[in-house]
Design a protein. Structure first.
Ligand code: TA6
Length: 290
């Protein structure tokens, strides 16, 4: 059920769970708040860009919340159709159409070539349908449908770039990624999966390939969040800028918040996904907050 709607945001409340709300910006269809019983679960920078800039090429994704990466994670390199697109693509820099309530627990947003002004060099007649659902008091489900062009197949990356709020990274651990090989974007090397859970004491930027387990973000060895992606979201990115990285990001503030955010992102980025003409590709992820 939509609790409120204005020119820029939609706030969703499921009447069965009135103490939980989700706020979505039409810009990027970015979830900027997931509030469970008065406790905010997402990091949002105080200086995030919350609307399109003019020209559109100057638009930046929201720093925080849940931006959507499509159709390029990049820099993927040497992939003709997406090479001309900015890092993370255009979905997070476009203003989506609000398509209304799907049912009492969900709202839908749509992006088509007409409203994604950045896609001039990526010339496919795609449609994205993004469904945001409050499935229980502490569970949020996000589903992306990628509808194919009527005549030609196309390749894409897609990633749900979630900024989870944590009390302190020093006591945070991520489980469920053990023994999964990854590409380390900081060192630009392929690494073998580690046997221990991920701990954080510096910048981390990793693309885990072929993740299939439930992932858990733990604080003091107790779960804060669990993350259950669909099999089609076969990759998981873990990113946190740490203090040095946060200092380089103009739209990250306060800088001291670097210790309170970790991105654990589900999607398809290690390789491109493909959608055949007139077909639909679907990926989804469910988060549970504790
Ligand atoms: O998803 C991880 C990542 O691509 C990192 O490599 C890091 O650059 C981060 O996202 C933020 O990217 P941005 O372009 O928004 O500064």
């Amino acid at each position: 059920m939509v609790a409120s709607i204005d020119a820029e945001t939609i706030t969703l409340v499921n009447p069965k769970f009135p103490h939980t709300s989700v706020k979505v910006l039409k810009y990027g269809a970015t979830v900027i708040s997931w509030n469970v019983n008065g406790s905010e679960k997402l990091f949002l920078s105080d200086s995030a860009h919350l609307s399109e800039s003019t020209p559109i090429s100057k638009s930046e994704p929201v720093r925080g919340g849940i931006p959507l990466v499509f159709p390029r994670f990049g820099p993927a390199g040497n992939h003709g159709p997406t090479d001309s697109l900015p890092h993370h693509g255009f979905a997070c820099r476009s203003t989506w159409e609000y398509s209304g309530e799907a049912d009492e627990k969900s709202v839908k947003f749509t992006l088509k070539p007409q409203n994604s002004r950045l896609n001039t060099n990526w010339d496919y007649n795609f449609e994205l349908i993004y469904t945001v659902s409050i499935v229980s008091e502490n569970e949020l489900e996000l589903t992306m449908d990628v509808l194919g062009d009527s005549t030609q197949a196309f390749d894409f990356n897609v990633l749900i770039h979630t900024h989870f709020k944590v009390p302190d990274l020093n006591q945070t651990q991520i489980t469920g990624l053990q023994d999964v090989d990854y590409f380390d974007k900081c060192t630009k090397t392929d690494e073998k999966g580690e046997t221990k859970p991920v701990t954080i004491s510096d910048e981390i930027d990793r693309v885990y390939r072929g993740t299939s387990k439930v992932i858990s973000i733990n604080y003091d060895e107790k779960p804060l969040f669990t993350i259950k992606p669909s099999p089609s979201f076969s990759d998981t990115v873990v990113w946190t800028p740490w203090l040095n990285g946060a200092k380089e990001l103009d739209d990250f503030s306060p800088k001291s918040a670097y210790k309170e955010v970790v991105c654990v992102e589900s999607g398809k980025v290690a390789r491109f996904a493909k959608v055949e003409p007139k077909r639909t590709w679907q990926g989804s992820v469910t988060y549970k907050a504790y």
